[in-house]
Design a binder for this molecule. Structure first.
Ligand code: VGL
Ligand code: ZN
Length: 198
């Protein structure tokens, strides 16, 4: 079955030294590059936020970083400012084999709503266009790698499974933020949704 490798948010701000650094985030770049040749298509996602984005703690005076607030679309973690459109931190990791990609999809560019998933914004309703792209190309099997395991990778893989794709996460090529047990919760949620963890 034609299979796509979907590389989630392999960006400078999610790697050590970045604004929302994931421990070991840079360790997965070379393994991801090595995987690319095994696929019928390579798709990269890019977290891409305006400076006034509602997920940034700086835009909520008095709020603590990594606290959760209630938005009209549901709970939202307030993150340090990261992946600001056009900033150095929003760039792909310099060692990522970006030239191999068929498609780059940006997400999180609407100020009022976050988008962890590569398929839907956090209201679980507004679409990014990725589902249509995959279907038009007949890419009904999707393998996920990248950052962060317990947020954007997990939400993307769960949505893929719900949309009818055969979804797998190659866990060795991911790293987690692990906020209050979010890694274990994400693994359980992915399994429950029918995602294969390898
Ligand atoms: C992500 C938090 C905020 C991710 C993106 O890529 O997992 N996490 N924005
Ligand atoms: Zn983000």
């Amino acid at each position: 079955m034609p299979t796509a490798l979907i590389v989630i948010d392999a960006q400078v701000d999610f790697c050590p030294g970045g604004r929302l650094a994931v421990t070991g985030g840079d360790e997965i770049i070379a393994p991801i590059n090595d995987l690319m040749a095994d696929y019928d298509a390579v798709i990269l996602t890019q977290d891409w936020h305006p400076a006034d984005h509602s997920s940034f703690v700086d835009n909520h005076p008095g709020a603590e970083p990594f606290s959760t607030v209630q938005m009209d679309y549901g709970p939202q973690v307030l993150w340090p400012q990261h992946c600001v459109i056009g900033s150095p931190g929003a760039a792909f990791h310099p060692a990522l084999a970006v030239d191999v990609a068929d498609m780059i999809i940006r997400k999180g560019y609407h100020p009022a709503i976050d988008s962890y998933s590569a398929f839907f914004e956090n209201d679980h309703h507004t679409r990014t266009g990725l589902e249509g792209y995959l279907r038009e190309r007949g890419l009904m099997r999707v393998d996920f790698v990248g950052l962060a395991h317990d947020f954007c990778v997990a939400w993307s893989a769960i949505d893929a499974a719900r949309l009818g794709f055969t979804a797998r996460v190659i866990e060795d090529a991911t790293r987690a933020i692990d906020l209050n047990g979010s890694r274990a919760a994400a693994r359980a949620a992915m399994r429950a949704a029918g995602v294969t963890l390898t």
